[in-house]
Design a protein around this ligand. Sequence first.
Ligand code: SF4
Length: 688
Amino acid sequence: MNGAWGKILTVDLTQETTGVLELEEAIYKRYLGGQALGAYLMFKDGTVGSDVPASDPRNALNFLVGPVTGAAPGGRSCITTKSPYSFNCATTAGGLTGSEMKFCGWDGVHVVGKASDPVYIAVMDDNIEIRDASHLWGMDHEHTENELNKVVHAKYNYRAESMLTTGEMPPLLAAKHPADPNKGIGNKRTSRSWVIGRAGENMMWNSAIMTEGARAHGRAGSGYVMGSKNLKGITFAGTKGHPLADKQAFMDVSRAIRTKMIAQFSWRNYGTATGWSNSMNTSCYPIRNWQEGSWEDPETLATISGPFMRASAWVKKQACRGCAQKCLTTAKVNSKNPMMDGTITDMPDWEAMGVLGSNLGFMTPDSQPLTWNEASEPYPGDVWDMHESNNKLLRSTFIHDDLGIDYIDNGENLSLLMELMQRNYITAADLDGINLVWGNIDAVNEMVYKMATRDGIGDKLANGAYETAKYFAALKGKPEIMNYVMTTHRYGQPAHTVRGGCKSALSYITTVKPNCHTEGSAEGQALIDQQDAAYNSNSMVICMFVRGTYGVDAITALTQAATGWKDWTNDETMAVGSRVASLCRIINMYTQMGDPEFTPQVWDGQAAWKWFNVPFTTGPWPKGTSLRYEDALVVDKDKLYNEKLPAYWTLRGFTPNTGVPTAAQLSKLGISDVCGNEAAEMISKYGE
Ligand code: SF4
């Protein structure tokens, strides 16, 4: 087989054993890798049902790549498992660890069981060791990663022969650095690792698995599952390269892609922070727990912008393997506040800028705090105020990355608490004395460490934004507190709102990665096409940010060149995405069937109250400059659930009222044998 190695490393931490799961080529043709293969493995394991919660040792944690990861521009990694929020978790991240796993000769690692004491797994090609990690427990992410990368490499980190001949190299590169058959690739590399920080150790629900300082498998609680297994890290040092069927064709396509990447000038400058100006124009800036989506005076939000961050704090660009877009930047805090000063972190991407920046009120100058009604007044601060606002954003990004926390859900958690303080539902006395008001970085810093270590009130608030709202609604006897939590499917909303110009409500309701912002934004068939393209990228395990640069033709050409599947077409590429849509929709619902309050309609109805009830009042969008979706400003709930959603399910080939893939659809996709029984059981219980 080419492209993939045809085998997955299996590790049972309870039994302290390892093994090999060999998969036929036909399985790779159906699922490729990543998100699709992870969903298939959950059905194969028989762990889809509600009798296997996320913390159950039988719940597998899968580290996966795809057929081109490691060789194609922009290689990433995908981790799949069952989420503590009781739905499917499939989370991708950049960095080099996925590629290194591939270079060890594995398409993935499938971890089950629970170690009696903390361990880490060292993978050195075929040599696998489960090692004691008690000295690492209590350490945060970057320190842990450095420790692992130091101890796993030397003996195995050398490949005797060169990967390329001079003739196979781009002419300019070959002229500069001709291939030397005596100098093997990899002889200078260190190992690469996935690790958890203290948030994962303490099973904070929204904890992440981290790599390379800032690359987060952030969404849906994969860190919680890793912590539940007493697994501190997994590290790889590989020497096997990548099996490609047609190396020359692969390199030709890759070169064309890189040429297009180099033309992405704005992206190469600012990464996802490039979107700040468009976000302001379309009311997509989350401001103070989404009470507003933009601001009258652009200068107020310019404090949280790519250009200002570049001038204020950025130091050095970084990239995933082979990527010319280089979206990550190292940043350094220079601050008057000693708690923040000297913090080294990575460029907050757009999500952090939104949910950890303006959503926590960090654009407000300390010297002249605004009240909400003054939002339309000119920015009252000076450039030092702007610099300190950025510093607060950088510091809050650092603590989330280092502790290993999904800053989207936890940003919504913090902004919820701040709005409850603003509305006098709670006081600092409810928060162990922490004055968690808009813009207070010292309070944010203290509270996040309490959450990650489950210290005091932190224990109650460590289960994400939705559970925090439930806790205070019950404690205070005020059910209306639930109106202020910005979650869909009980999980925190990213920095893209449906009340402005960047997302449709339908996209958040229907994506199989609940409340994911990267999987479509439109409606109807266009939304399905966007989602299937994204699910395909997650299964190829290529970067979602550069998939626009690739285009489907290039993705198909890369797959052909890597695997040698001459009959692989664009339709095959997109069909993998459609399989993910069906498999993961079934997982998301079937795994909740043990909950007596669950029905498909209840699940789909779990959206933020503000969507339907609170229009924005400031900024350009309410003036109706360019309405993109008819439900911008405030979503028409009746139309969403009674017209758009049934129409969407019908287009998908699912039952119109319950959104379950029909037998005909599963048969068309060739996956009836995998999930047909579960789908039939749901239709029989909940109807069509
Ligand atoms: S755009 Fe960013 S995340 Fe994507 S491959 Fe390039 S460096 Fe990695």
